[in-house]
Design a protein around this ligand. Structure first.
Ligand code: NZQ
Ligand code: ZN
Length: 390
């Protein structure tokens, strides 16, 4: 069944080798004063920074650098918003991974607001305007380049918030797979694990349709196949280009238009983990995934496992349902381990004594226990998942 839905992703995508040649024309639509945002230096090492500066010689460029993974409200968002106001910035150009882009989206909204920016990010106040955002994405993972979300950490209160607003869609995103050749094995694996989880968060929902299932299983097959190639041969254009395109579809709804909404429970759990321990998002998700699957496996959910077992993994159709489900869970566990993700949270520095507090935090901020959810999780269930993941 396809249920009612509205779909509108207004971002213009430029995809492929050398697509950034169109960057000046795209930025020029918004004005001359540009805030260039980037992270810890990867764009300088790969020569992209110099290329962008040369392309934008006729623009007036200001810079915000040093944006960290799991981008921080203080100082990055606050500094960026201040720069935008001081220099009358017309457009923000984000060059980097999802963290740089997420930070840029938050800056875009906070720059047009006179109150405390966290009120926008935490959903207390609705933004009335945001600066336009253009990005060159350099890591295949989050899908931020094609969605209206950003995720910002507020270390003062151990909070990591997903902030969604249609004002935050990038005006244009440039996706050149060659800029992902320098992404190391760890980030390649974690980025793909993140994208796999985006698909699973949408796959485990009801109602669903053959059409949605088909797109999502294709996405999973592409991600799981191509990441292995990219890990082996980082400059394999075919593999990097598929990863980049599939990742872009992760969070803008296109995979699950017309299907039910699950509530994205694994993301709720992971956001608490990275808020408390600053871990890499995709690694946290990979570790939680098989434990979450085990927790929610029931007569009501088993059909989703059976579809993955037969359509994605090609398991024997005659296997009893519970056995098929167990094999699917084991297959995901082994897949994530095979791409180099340590499958215990303890190895990422997560401390077991914080589990109880994190479970309360998740319920308070992300309400994983709503009756409309595909598989609601109460505090005891959250604790079981986290303990099994340690
Ligand atoms: O800081 P630099 O030097 O640029 O290095 C980065 C960073 O250390 C490096 N990197 C990026 N591109 C590279 C590269 N290194 C070499 N070559 C390149 N081409 O990779 C490291 C990680 O970068 P980051 O941007 O943090 O990774 P990712 O894109 O996975 O973003 C993760 C963040 O996005 C959020 C996550 O929670 C996390 O904070 N998410 C955003 C979503 C969204 N906006 O829709 C949805 C996701 O579910 C997710 O929550
Ligand atoms: Zn994610």
């Amino acid at each position: 069944m396809i249920c009612n839905f509205t779909y509108n992703t207004p971002t213009k995508l430029y995809f492929g080798k050398d697509c950034i040649k169109d960057l000046p024309a795209e930025l020029g639509k918004h004005g001359k004063n540009v805030l260039l945002t980037y992270g810890g230096g990867s764009i300088k090492k790969m020569g992209l920074y110099d290329k962008v500066k040369a392309l934008l010689k006729d623009f007036c460029l200001f810079e915000l650098s040093g944006i960290e993974p799991n981008p921080k409200y203080d100082p990055s968002v606050l500094d960026g918003a201040r720069l935008c106001k001081e220099h009358r910035i017309d457009v923000i150009l984000s060059v980097g991974g999802g963290s740089v882009l997420d930070c840029s989206k938050a800056i875009a909204a906070c720059a047009c607001y006179d109150g405390e920016g966290w009120d926008l990010i935490s959903g207390k106040v609705k933004a009335k305007a945001a600066l336009p955002i253009v990005d060159i994405i350099t890591l295949a993972a989050t899908g931020s380049e094609y969605d209206m979300g950003c995720v910002i950490s507020n270390t003062a209160i151990n909070d990591k918030r997903g902030y969604l607003d249609e004002l935050l869609y990038p005006a244009a995103s440039f996706l050149d797979p060659e800029y992902t050749y320098s992404v190391n094995k760890w980030q390649t694996a974690c980025g793909t694990a993140d994208a796999i989880n985006h698909v699973l968060e949408q796959f485990f929902a009801k109602p669903h349709s053959l059409f949605n299932d088909g797109i999502m299983i294709s996405a999973l097959r592409s991600l799981m196949t191509n990441v292995k190639i990219a890990l082996e041969k980082p400059d394999d254009y075919a593999a990097r280009s598929e990863l980049m395109y599939v990742c872009a579809w992760g969070c803008n709804g296109i995979l699950s238009n017309g299907a039910g909404y699950s509530g994205w429970p694994m993301h709720s759990i992971e956001h608490a983990l990275s808020a408390y321990f600053d871990i890499t998002h995709g690694a946290g998700l990979a570790i939680i995934t098989p434990r979450w699957m085990k927790e929610i496996l029931s007569e009501k959910t088993v059909e989703r496992f059976v579809t993955l077992g037969t359509e994605l993994f090609g398991f024997d159709k005659d296997l009893p349902d519970p056995e098929m489900a167990e094999q699917v869970i084991q297959a995901f566990y082994e897949f994530f381990a095979s791409i180099g993700i340590p499958m215990q949270l303890g190895e990422l520095g997560v401390k077991a004594e914080t589990i109880d507090e994190m479970a309360d935090h998740i319920l308070e901020y992300d309400s994983t226990n709503e009756p409309w959810m595909f598989a609601p999780l109460d505090k005891a269930a959250l604790i079981r998942i986290l303990e099994a993941s340690m």
